[in-house]
Design a protein around this ligand. Sequence first.
Ligand SMILES: [Zn+2]
Length: 268
Amino acid sequence: MPLLKVLITVKTYPIPSAKYDELVCTAGVTESGDFIRLYPVNFRDLPYSQQYKKYQWIEVEAEKHRGRDARKESYRPRDETLRLLREPIPTKHGDWSARAKFVLAKRSRSMEDLKEKQKRDRTSLGIFRPREIIDLEISPDDPDWKPSFYAALKQQRLWDDRTRSKQPPRKVPWKFRYRFSCDDPRCNGDHRMMIEDWELGALYWRCVDNGAAPDEAAAQVKQKFFDQICAPDRDTHLYVGTVLAHGTWVVVGTFWPKAPPAPLFDQR
Ligand SMILES: [Zn+2]
């Protein structure tokens, strides 16, 4: 089984699953900048010594998915072989270039470009720089997981000691969507894409735990996105990936280094 070396760049919000307890989609890039998806990973069940952080290099034995998950970048990892290689790559003094070297090596131009690649070779992960992030839209979503998840979880816990004491992940009662346009003449100028970034869910729950009501917490998430991640001085990129069941694209993370300063005058 091949040994993969992957720089982790994306973790999606955990979703309870009847078969695997709960699922996190983890993705990253190889040293040449090619995207890899590791799926499934039962992240909260990994021992602490294997709980990788974003922008950390890991090594893991994994095999290409067969059958149902035909996405180009999907590999099934053997959890017990997972090894953290070193500390996450820092962003010293706001310098993200050590990360960008790998993350942006195979950058796509636009969503149109990625959808074309999807048709051609089942590309299902990528990163690109939107021309403009127009809005972060928030709408109410189910406040709890579907009853079928709980039924499956209960069933599983009768048999499995490991999961018996663990609470399922908290369900975020909002849907978050980016509205953006691409830097591509083929773009219709107004995409709306769901966000499934773990970081966004974690930020929401930090606001709630600090005393914010659900709608205040959602507004605070939006504020952080516009003040920091999508601020005018940031060169914001979106990580995107497809959902297995439908091939629909969702936003799975952001990469937001400081934008290079605009030149004051033409230096020719
Ligand atoms: Zn577009």
